[in-house]
Design a protein around this ligand. Structure first.
Ligand SMILES: Nc1ncnc2c1ncn2[C@@H]1O[C@H](COP(=O)(O)OP(=O)(O)O)[C@@H](O)[C@H]1O
Ligand SMILES: [Mg+2]
Length: 471
């Protein structure tokens, strides 16, 4: 038997209290009710926390008996059978002070054992929750610390809204942010529940290939089925959506739950899906990732994922290069790397694709390909990021977007874009709202000055060459 580390004093105290309460009535509560070990017994069918606690204690005393038989006997006599000290002293043929000393030692050992079991149970719980997520695509996220903190606050702190959406263009890092937030939430509060629902239809790999996923578009029924599988395992399928919703809501009262819905923009029927999310929300908290911002919907807390800054983009370049053992690139000067940022901007997906090509191509060659929209990987990257959105655009939207590369990188005013696009102000304002909603154009409105519109460097590069082939 490995030697368990000593349990913290307050944990030992809890165990002692629980032993003393062995015969307490179920409605007296249970001091160990917060333990994962007790929850496991409840899930396995214990009638109440009191009974679950006793099962946990009993199995620990049995384990203790393997190494410390006499201590286990002593604990049984004293707490399970409720025998007084003098009786036990008599039976074990020892003086009362010795019994007190043994008892104290026995509780130390029992607490150490339970502490170790509890840590293992928590690790198992964490692993089971993490298994509901998709494998992480990153080893480290760069430049998004503030966003991560604010997002976690929405998921674990007092929420401003129960629906949180992460908005942004393809490849900007929405899924990764949601994934990182759930992973942190799982570690910080492993007793909470999490679920991960993916509505993704496509995957882009760093060899530059776009894969269609063999997965139907997300519907209300598919969403509810997936939630029941993850949150109410073993429950048969419900015939009616309303029954599934009621069962899920009932389970939410037992422990807090965070549900991620990834790529909501691909859902088959958002107008039917959103009301279901609202029925489940509060107490459930949702984090939605979407390329189409839901600014028109009430009660949603929005995060827009911005491009990485130049410094963070270059950090990601070096990190990615180092991980791929491209040591020359990893050690290169900012001056050498800056053209990467000028061409793809701060889009992490594009940066990682580009570095992935560096095993077989020179950096200037890769950048030329990107600028000229040459080669399959580049073509597929543009398809992944822009195709679906481009196809949704009507004529005025396309004209407004095509005017954007002629605007200064810091952005332009409505009037400047009107002059270039030849759209009248009303039509242009509508077109820009749509483009902002689709995250193709960024809009910034410093409180006391005029709204300015800008595009990411990757979008600029895309508009200058690739898009002509789609028209
Ligand atoms: N902040 C970041 N730092 C490092 N890598 C990132 C970052 N954000 C995203 N990535 C990586 O870039 C790629 C695209 O990110 P992803 O989260 O899939 O974007 P989205 O969901 O917005 O399309 C992924 O491989 C991801 O691991
Ligand atoms: Mg995504």
């Amino acid at each position: 038997m490995s030697h368990p580390v000593a349990a913290p004093a307050d944990f030992r105290q809890l165990i002692y209290e629980a032993l003393k309460a062995w015969s307490a009535r179920p409605d007296a509560g249970a001091t160990l009710a917060g333990l994962r070990l007790v929850q496991v017994e409840l899930d396995a069918g214990a009638a109440n926390p009191r009974q679950a606690t006793n099962r946990v204690l009993l199995s620990a005393i049995k384990a203790l008996a393997l190494a410390h038989g006499r201590e286990a006997d002593l604990l049984r006599m004293r707490f399970l059978d409720g025998q007084a000290i003098h009786i036990v002293a008599n039976r074990l043929n020892a003086a009362e002070p010795s019994i007190y000393r043994w008892q104290s030692q026995a509780i130390d050992h029992l607490a150490a054992l339970l502490w170790q079991q509890e840590q293992q149970a928590i690790e198992q719980r964490i692993a089971a929750l993490e298994a509901r997520l998709e494998p992480a695509t990153y080893s480290e996220l760069v430049g998004v610390e503030a966003l991560q903190t604010a997002l976690l606050e929405q998921l674990l702190g007092p929420p401003a809204a129960y629906l949180t959406s992460i908005n942004g263009i393809g490849g900007i890092g929405k899924t990764s942010l949601a994934d990182a937030a759930l992973r942190t939430a799982i570690r910080r509060a492993p007793h909470n529940e999490v679920a991960w629902i993916s509505a993704r239809r496509q995957r882009f790999d760093f060899g530059g290939r776009l894969h269609s996923l063999d997965q139907p578009a997300l519907t209300v029924d598919a969403l509810l089925d997936a939630l029941v599988v993850q949150l109410l395992p073993g429950t048969p399928r419900f015939a009616e959506a309303s029954q599934a919703i009621a069962a899920l809501r009932a389970s939410f009262t037992r422990q807090p739950v965070i549900i991620a819905v990834d790529n909501l923009e691909t859902a088959a029927d958002l107008q039917n899906l959103l009301p279901v999310l609202r029925q489940l929300a509060n107490p459930a908290r949702f984090v939605l990732t979407t390329r189409h911002s839901l600014f028109g919907e009430p009660g949603i807390f929005h995060f827009s994922v911005p491009e990485l800054s130049e410094a963070d983009a270059l950090r990601l370049v070096r990190l990615e290069a180092a991980q791929r053992n491209l040591s020359g690139l990893a050690a290169a000067d900012a001056a050498v790397l800056r053209p990467i940022y000028q061409t793809v901007g701060g889009n992490p997906l594009a940066i990682r694709l580009l570095i992935g090509q560096a095993h077989v191509r020179s950096l200037p060659g890769i950048l030329e390909d990107l600028a000229a929209a040459r080669g399959a990987p580049v073509e597929q990257l543009y398809s992944y990021v822009y195709r679906a959105a481009w196809e949704r655009l009507d004529e005025p939207c396309r004209r407004a977007l095509l005017a954007m590369p002629l605007i200064a990188p810091q952005g332009g005013s409505l009037e400047q874009i009107a002059a270039i696009s030849q759209l009248d102000l009303g039509a242009l304002a509508d077109a820009l709202s749509e483009l902002v909603m689709l995250n193709l154009v960024d809009s910034r409105a410093p409180l006391l000055s005029r709204r300015r519109y800008s595009i990411h460097a990757l979008t600029r590069t895309f508009l200058l060459e690739q898009v002509a082939r789609w028209m």
